[in-house]
Ligand binder design. Structure first.
Ligand code: TYD
Ligand code: MG
Length: 464
């Protein structure tokens, strides 16, 4: 028998090393290397004798042929809808046949529920196979009935052996497969336990190869902690086409589905769902839910217009500034990058003349939203100013803009659309970067365009 190859794989970044060492050379993490068996060097572990998609050789063997980029037939792979438009949006406009999508999230986020809803609907018009390795068939069946889903056509399989799964798939030829979850799958080719880096990697490679060769859309479910730590998903990221995270606080009923990688569409697209008593419901107008504000606004609260993928999103930012009891004042931010907030405070001191070194500063993005863009800079600073001065800001005010180290207010993309969205939600005043000032007046919106932080603070304080 051919000798088995051994590699040491980092569970954080997926880099491969030939020798074990304490620190990963690629990402510098400690104690993340795990020994994996790559299987016999000569025997390919992929399933044999797949039916090739049209275009392959007559014998089923792969035929290497060169094509001009412009002549490649694109109609061959039309996208199809998942029947949930928020989901389609994150996928970049529907599912591509033969694509592999990894859905990550904490246990209880709603991954199984969402995929079960999608699969039941899709099974009405195509062959669909749901592989459950975590829950029993009865459990899934009961859930589907309770949610009132169409249950007549979806094919179910309770199985964790990937060889068996591909065998069944070859027999039934589904157009779409869900594997829930990749962490419980195992392949007999690998000696280690399910859930280990080597098993997850090998099983995913096996299933992905099947999906690619047969043009089947494949959803893999992966449990990930917030920092993406659990074995598996990190090492999978470069094997799959799309990676999306389903996030949601335990106490909040809202779930956000965010694309982290997408070979077929814009990344960072955001889909919003609500977990209800009858399953996951899409939220078509997310601004409305994140903006539920009290009647009287307290100091430190402001609304910013973010840009999420291809659409604007209005969210509230809150700041609390309080005299520090300790020598080392606290800087805590939830939903924002801590370093960015520290940098903004330095700019505020240097260019806004406000001294915060003896103050604790807390900043929070309401509704559990995570801000990944710079357009919230100005809003964060103005919220801090508002709390520091203990003055509430006008309810009808929105703000966006990036703040530079020289105290300059920089423009952000899609200014016009952001303002229109704010106007649609009843806001009548806006402080925005000069270069984002609308060329055409927006009805009912009074826009103050600023180019320096000091101007923005003046505009703010004069509006109080
Ligand atoms: P689930 O889809 O099993 O999560 P995951 O597969 O990501 O681990 O969802 C489980 C949670 O969702 C559970 O805490 C209960 C809740 N839930 C509802 O609130 N309503 C429902 O209709 C369903 C099916 C689940
Ligand atoms: Mg589940």
């Amino acid at each position: 028998m051919a000798k088995q190859k051994i590699a040491y794989v980092c569970s954080d970044c997926g880099a491969e090393h030939t020798k074990w060492q304490g620190q990963c050379m690629a990402c510098s993490e400690w104690n993340t290397l795990t020994r994996i068996l790559l299987g016999p060097a000569t025997a390919p572990s992929a399933p044999k004798n797949f039916k090739r998609p049209p275009g392959g050789g007559e014998t089923g063997a792969p035929v290497a042929s060169v094509q001009t980029l412009g002549k490649i037939d694109l109609d061959e792979q039309p996208r199809f809808t998942t029947t949930i438009s928020e989901f389609d949006r994150v996928l970049g406009g529907g599912l591509v046949p033969g694509s592999v999508v990894l859905i990550g999230g904490n246990p209880g986020a709603g991954k199984s529920t969402l995929l079960l809803q999608v699969m039941c609907q899709l099974s009405q018009s195509m062959e669909a196979l749901y592989v459950t390795g975590e829950e029993s068939l009865q459990q899934v069946g009961m859930r589907a009935r309770r949610l009132g889903l169409p249950v007549d056509n979806l094919k179910m399989l309770a199985e964790t052996n990937v060889t068996e799964i591909t065998r069944v798939a070859e027999e039934r030829q589904p157009k779409i497969i869900v594997v829930d979850s990749i962490q419980v799958m195992y392949s007999a080719d690998v000696a280690s336990a399910p859930g280990s880096v080597s098993q997850v990697r090998e099983c995913a490679a096996y299933l992905i190869q099947y999906a690619k060769q047969t043009g089947t859309a494949l959803f893999l479910v992966g449990h990930v902690t917030k920092d993406g730590n659990l074995a598996g998903p990190k090492v999978l990221e470069h094997m799959i086409d799309c990676f999306m995270m389903l996030d949601g606080d335990g106490d909040s009923r809202y779930r956000t589905l965010r694309g982290q990688k997408n070979r077929f569409g814009a990344v960072n697209e955001l889909g919003v769902f609500a977990m209800t008593g009858t399953g996951m419901k899409e939220v078509k107008n997310p601004s409305a839910i994140f903006l539920a504000r009290e009647e009287d606004i307290s100091p430190g609260s402001i609304v910013v217009v973010l840009w999420e993928g291809t659409r604007p999103l209005l969210v509230e930012i809150q700041a609390l500034v309080d005299a520090s009891q300790y020598g080392n004042p606290r800087r805590v931010s939830v939903g924002l990058d801590n370093n960015r907030v520290a940098m903004l405070l330095a700019v505020l001191h240097r260019h806004g003349g406000m001294f915060m070194a003896d103050q604790d500063v807390f900043v929070n993005v309401v509704g559990g939203v995570r801000v990944a863009e710079t357009s919230a800079d100005l809003a964060v600073l103005l919220a801090i100013v508002s709390s520091f001065r203990n003055k509430a800001l006008p309810r009808e005010l929105v703000v966006f803009g990036e703040v530079g180290l020289a105290g300059e207010i920089r423009p952000v993309p899609s200014g016009q659309e952001r303002l229109s969205e704010a106007a649609k939600h009843g806001f009548t005043r806006a402080i925005v970067p000069k270069a984002n000032a609308p060329k055409k007046k927006i009805d009912g919106m009074d826009v103050i365009a600023v180019s320096k932080l000091s101007d923005a603070i003046d505009a703010l304080l004069s509006s109080l």
